[in-house]
Design a protein around this ligand. Structure first.
Ligand code: NDP
Length: 337
């Protein structure tokens, strides 16, 4: 089974209309260097919505009629590649599918100890994968965090946000988060030990933020855009930094909210910098793997995942993630190791 991209959506993609699960017969003839993978987990991420657009972007779009791709964790079950013998567990780009042939084993990396009870395999597409590196690297390089400062994080209980929050606490920042349900807010306060958090769907975002960060905001970790960005600009302190990671509130609408107070960037001398995680992989990849790997193994950070069961549920889980139905990093479990 695999998930095929069918049609460009204008607003939220609809399973069955814009993408759908299909059943194919598996015919495998490996060439020298190739491997056949049995996929165990795939990651569902907001950037994939950008690949459903018929426009030029920093990453190639999904192709109509073709299987969609994702980062995954997989087991090699047939191999013509001596570096990846049968039984090796790997991470890399695969399809939204049960089995993938990876030509020349391109981009695959072996996982050293796949049965480590302290590190679930799904971590390799979450806290130890792209979302973790996103949080770690951009907070350090763009955020320039200093102990005692206040950081505000939107989509704070999500794949990236929950790591930004926990690293910020370790660095001695005052951590404020927003999320889309009371249950998520409780998680931020009670389990991640945020200093303040609010449900952005209840009351005015600006008034909620003002109450949560009465001394203002030094760093805004921007995941959502729109009205939340407007509130953050209002509350930013002089020389504040905005880490422009994502703006999910505009990904699925043709009528985005128009932010009205960009002028604050000037008077408050705000630095706002966008980035794509790959920009920082070289500079931060090694430290990230060492630091976050040991924090996770020691239980110094926790990581909440939302695991959909089976490839059949991947399309609904993807749309659910775009709508905030996920609680933690959205992954799909396709098979057991
Ligand atoms: P999450 O796990 O946070 O899932 C997405 C969340 O976005 C939802 O759970 C929902 O949470 C929130 N959301 C959805 N719609 C809205 C809306 N209209 N307004 C406010 N919040 C909304 O995803 P990630 O942590 O993987 O991604 C977070 C952001 O980071 C995204 O914008 C993504 O594009 C970006 N990103 C950027 C990268 C880069 O290289 N620049 C790399 C990785 C991610 P809630 O219930 O709280 O509303």
């Amino acid at each position: 089974k695999s998930v095929t991209f069918l049609k460009y959506p204008q607003e939220y993609p609809v399973p069955g209309e814009h993408f759908a699960v299909e059943t194919n017969e598996l015919h495998v003839e490996l060439k020298e260097g190739d491997v056949l993978l049995r996929n165990l987990y795939i990651s569902l991420d907001p950037y994939m919505r950008g690949k459903m657009r018929n426009a030029k972007s920093y990453t190639a779009g999904f192709q109509i009629g073709k299987t969609m791709d994702a980062s995954g964790v997989s087991e090699v079950i047939e191999s013509k590649n001596a570096t990846f013998p049968v039984g090796t567990v790997v991470t890399g780009f695969v399809g939204w599918e049960q089995y993938s042939v990876i030509s020349g084993a391109q981009g695959l990396r072996p996982i050293a100890n796949p049965r480590n009870p302290k590190i679930p395999l799904s971590s390799y597409v979450g806290v130890l994968g792209m979302p973790g590196l996103t949080a770690y690297s951009s907070l350090k390089i763009i955020g320039q965090p200093k102990s005692g400062e206040t950081i505000f994080i939107s989509a704070a209980s999500g794949a990236v946000g929950q790591i930004v929050g926990q690293i910020s606490k370790r660095l001695g920042l005052r951590v404020v988060g927003s999320a889309g349900s009371d249950e998520k807010v409780d998680f931020l306060l009670k389990e991640l030990k945020f200093d303040a958090a609010f449900n952005y769907k209840k009351g005015s975002i600006l008034e909620n933020l003002r109450a949560a960060a009465p001394e203002g905001v030094d760093i805004y970790f921007e995941n959502v855009g729109g009205e939340t960005l407007e509130a953050a600009l209002e509350m930013m302190n002089t020389h504040g930094r905005i880490i422009a990671c994502g703006m999910i509130s505009v990904y699925n609408t043709t009528t985005p909210y128009g932010v009205r107070n960009l002028f604050h960037i000037i008077g408050k001398r705000i630095t706002i910098r966008g980035f794509i995680v790959s920009d920082f992989a070289q500079e931060c990849g090694t430290d990230f793997a060492k630091d976050v790997g040991s924090w996770l193994a020691n239980g110094d950070i926790i990581y909440k995942e939302d695991i959909a069961d089976g490839i059949d549920n991947a399309p609904d889980a993807f749309v659910g993630m775009l709508q905030g139905k996920n609680f933690g990093k959205q992954v799909v479990k396709i098979a057991d190791l």
